[in-house]
Design a protein. Structure first.
Length: 270
């Protein structure tokens, strides 16, 4: 029986090293392996730092925002800060006026009303779909999350002004509402809720305009409607939830006094 033909071996040329098939394969796999998440860019860092200061009340509506001061405080150049300010303006958190400067947006009563209208339209639909499509695990998770958010709001009301705790509470509140959107099983609807910044702007308006603590079990009552399996009941629960406090927030927002657009000069122009 003839022996099987042997594959010709590659002869290394001068100055080269023999090819090791196993090593070459390992190299290709290593090149395809997922890389670790990249560090946030300078622009991302500036964006998150300014946004967090706005949402925790450190920069209330009307506060001037200087690119040079922010760059100096964050230890970076003006360029990434300028990009961050542009993104925050697109989000509706800042406003800029030619030859005047940039400041934290001072919302009007019309801004608040329109935000509530958009949020109500999107979130009531998410509630209806959640009632129809959510899995048993989704429903249990929403009930747990609602109880957690109620406890956090109760702690915030008992403690009084506390920017750090307030930031944590509102951040958890946003996650609760995004859980509802996830349970609706409608990626486009979830994307619309996220892209319209209805939850982030609601956070801003709440920090700027709400003074009265929420009623007990406020989010647990919402969760009860969502897990009922009845789309109409879920719709009504979310509608009442979104509309609660609109009059109070609108009234306080309207009382915000017009403020200066530029920071006071401190010796040299900033």
């Amino acid at each position: 029986m003839p022996k099987p033909a042997r594959l010709p071996q590659r002869t290394p040329t001068s100055g080269s090293t023999p090819v090791n098939v196993h090593e070459a394969r390992k190299t290709r796999v290593a090149r395809r392996a997922p890389t670790t998440p990249q560090e946030p860019s300078l622009s991302d860092r500036a964006y998150l730092a300014i946004r967090d200061d706005i949402l925790n009340g450190q920069l209330p509506p009307g506060t001037p925002v200087s690119r040079r001061r922010v760059a100096r405080e964050l230890g970076m150049s003006v360029l990434p800060v300028t990009e961050a300010l542009r993104r925050l303006q697109e989000d509706g958190l800042l406003e800029t006026r030619a030859r005047a400067g940039t400041r934290v947006r001072v919302p009007t009563a019309a801004d608040v009303r329109q935000l509530y209208e958009i949020r109500e339209a999107l979130e009531t639909q998410a509630a209806r779909l959640f009632a129809e499509r959510a899995t048993p695990a989704d429903r249990r998770a929403i009930e747990r999350a609602a109880r957690e958010v109620d406890r956090l709001f109760e702690r915030l009301a008992a403690r009084g002004p506390d920017p750090a705790l307030g930031f944590r509470v509102h951040k958890r509140h946003v996650r609760l509402h995004m859980q509802i959107a996830d349970g609706a099983r409608s990626p486009q609807l979830r994307q619309m809720i996220e892209r319209n910044h209805v939850l982030i702007l609601n956070w801003l308006f709440d920090v700027a305009g709400r003074r009265t603590p929420l009623p007990p079990h406020f989010h647990s009552l919402l969760a009860a409607g969502l897990v009922s399996g009845d789309p109409a009941r879920a719709d009504a629960a979310m509608r009442a939830h979104v509309r609660y406090g609109l009059a109070e927030v609108s009234a306080h927002i309207s009382d915000l006094a017009a403020s200066e657009w530029r920071e006071p000069r401190r010796g040299r122009r900033t």
